[in-house]
Design a protein around this ligand. Structure first.
Ligand code: XMP
Length: 317
């Protein structure tokens, strides 16, 4: 019968056989799938696995530094590439959600291609593709999926001429988590909520500026740290904050203010295809709202999204 330990043993053998002494390049997203794929590959081929972790400037607060440290602690051979300026530059003035996604996908491929070129004689592209990604093209979390969804766009970048190795191709998400546990990956890493590849870009409705990214990172950080410290994080499938493109009136002392409004969203789900909003405790919402309004300059109103999917999607864009 299938057990995570058997899967690891068998897959490590198969990978060694398949890849031999070749080099593999893999894009880490910080999420569960690419991390488990990387650790498996590392166990099989060691330093011949070259990982790249790109900061697109749209990650959560301090995420780039924190995740990079964690990867280094796992002894992965990982290169952090801070391309924030390149992404935010390419996105300047763009409001259309699909256009934002395209720009992010394209920029990611350019950055990854540049980096992959710096690795001599690389033969394989490692990807954290899991079974649901294989069967539904709509399930697109993480850079590996970003790569796939661009397969048929114009001339292929050089790294796409590489052979593809996808050790998790036959697994469902819960199996990936169990394999991760069998590889001794930190449970906190394995229990992370899904986070969309385009990151905060699709949670800033309308055009993106560095200032809006900063505001949303602060708000999101207060919300997510709060969920953790109140013991609510694991009850939620995915959570995040959305920066709305409206200013609303507030008062501060004798003055009227005209500042940003943010929405908080937390959902329960099994696969993201359907989702229910989570009945978070009023005390928690009250504390979180106060913390956000008191601590994040430029925000004077917080709302909680009580819409289920369908018909509302999880993301607002
Ligand atoms: P929706 O908003 O469609 O989201 O209900 C379902 C799941 O997909 C994630 N999502 C994305 N992930 N690139 C991604 O990698 C995207 O463009 C994208 N759009 C939505 C969303 O976070 C949720 O987990």
């Amino acid at each position: 019968s299938w057990t995570p330990d058997n899967f690891v043993d068998m897959t490590v053998d198969v990978l060694r056989e398949q890849v031999g002494d070749d080099k593999v390049v893999l894009a880490l997203s910080g999420g569960v799938d690419s991390t488990v794929a990387a650790v498996l590959l590392h166990r099989a081929i060691g330093e011949n696995l070259h990982c790249i972790f790109v900061n697109n400037g749209l990650l959560r607060k301090n995420e780039f530094e924190t995740v990079l440290k964690r990867y280094e602690g796992m002894e992965l051979n990982v290169k952090g590439v801070d391309a924030s300026g390149r992404f935010l530059g390419a996105l300047a003035g763009v409001s259309d959600p699909e256009e934002k996604r395209k720009i992010i996908g394209r920029t990611f491929i350019e950055v990854f291609d540049d980096e992959a070129h710096k690795i001599k004689d690389v033969k394989w592209l490692g990807q954290g593709t899991i079974y649901p990604d294989v069967i539904e093209s709509v399930s697109v979390n993480g850079p590996s999926a970003t790569i796939k969804s661009h397969h048929n766009v114009g001339g292929l970048p050089d790294f796409m001429k590489l052979k593809v190795v996808e050790p998790l191709r036959m697994l469902f998400k819960d199996e990936v988590r169990r394999v991760g546990a069998s590889l001794d990956i930190d449970p906190a890493q394995l229990g992370r909520h899904p986070f969309p590849g385009p990151g905060l870009a699709i949670r800033i409705l309308g055009d993106i500026t560095p200032e809006k990214v900063r505001i949303l990172q602060e708000v999101d950080d207060i919300f997510i740290s709060g969920l953790k410290s109140w013991g609510l994080y694991d009850r939620v499938w995915q959570a995040g904050a959305i920066l709305l493109p409206v200013d609303s009136v507030g008062v501060m002392g004798d003055e009227r203010t005209y500042e940003k409004c943010v929405a908080l969203r937390a959902v329960e789900s099994t696969d993201g295809m359907t989702a229910d909003w989570v009945n978070l405790p009023y005390d928690f919402l009250q504390k979180t709202s106060n913390d956000i309004i008191n601590r994040v300059k430029g925000v004077n109103r917080v709302v909680y999204d009580i819409s289920s999917k369908p018909p509302a999607t999880i993301e607002w864009e």
